[in-house]
Design a protein around this ligand. Structure first.
Ligand code: FES
Length: 237
């Protein structure tokens, strides 16, 4: 540890953190994976999904927004915290229409991958089966709102990385959704196929057209490397 770093403890392991880091970032650097959905390494933290919930000195916090601070004692992989994460992910699955076997994103989907990591094999709550729009008006990109988990990655990426504001949230509560910066459809926006906003969707809500099965099922991101395993591999080296 250098003078600029300090110690925090996660699940009885002392790790070093730097000023300005969040708990999630410090954990990643130490090879300790904390599940997340709305967090993305290139985006400012949003703190909306709560999948990264940990207990910090006994109080629940989102690891992606909570700054690391000297002396913190953090619980992450406890039965209680895993139960909280499972409940959140369980609710996300039934709140939308996540039909993994028919989804182009299967195997690359972070929601699916986190669910596997948490041991979720079947839905725990009744499905809501909402009727949501699919906007396939753009020649190269589509949005399926049935799969959107409202993580806000596209909103932040379009605003902060693409400088465009193509996406934003509208509505409240159960009616909240991602809208585009056009009174009509995605085709009428200034989105481009190379926009970062298209890349960062963790689920199959925003997709590029005509490339869905270029990589076969079984050879996708999480088919060989379950989510979190690359971060954890860094610890083992
Ligand atoms: Fe931290 Fe979503 S990943 S709240």
């Amino acid at each position: 540890m250098t003078d600029a770093t300090f110690s925090i403890v996660i699940d009885d392991q002392e790790i070093s953190a730097r000023p300005g880091q969040t708990i999630l970032q410090a954990a990643d650097d130490a090879g300790l994976y904390i599940p997340r959905l709305c967090a993305h390494k290139d985006l400012v933290p949003h703190g909306s999904c709560r999948v990264c919930t940990v207990k910090v000195n006994g109080r629940p916090q989102s690891a992606c927004t909570q700054p690391a601070a000297a002396g913190q004692v953090i619980e992450s992989e406890t039965d209680e915290i895993r139960g909280v994460r499972r409940a959140i992910v369980d609710m996300l699955f039934v709140e939308g229409n996540h039909l993994c076997p028919f989804c182009e994103k299967s195997g690359d989907c972070e929601l699916q991958a986190v669910a596997y990591r948490l041991g979720i094999a079947a839905p725990k709550y009744p499905f809501l089966f909402p009727k949501r729009e699919v906007d396939a008006s753009h020649p190269k990109i589509m949005i399926d709102h049935n799969r959107c988990v409202l993580c806000g990655r596209c909103v932040r990426a379009s605003r902060d990385l693409d400088g465009k504001h193509v996406f934003d949230f509208v509505g409240r509560g159960i009616d909240k959704k991602v809208a585009v910066n056009s009174a009509a459809k995605l085709a009428d926006t200034n989105i481009d196929i190379s926009d970062k906003a298209v890349d960062v969707c963790p689920v199959g809500a925003i997709l590029r057209k005509r490339v869905g099965y270029v990589v076969p099922v079984g050879e996708r991101t999480y088919d060989h490397d379950p989510i979190g395993s690359k971060i954890e591999a860094a610890r083992e080296r």
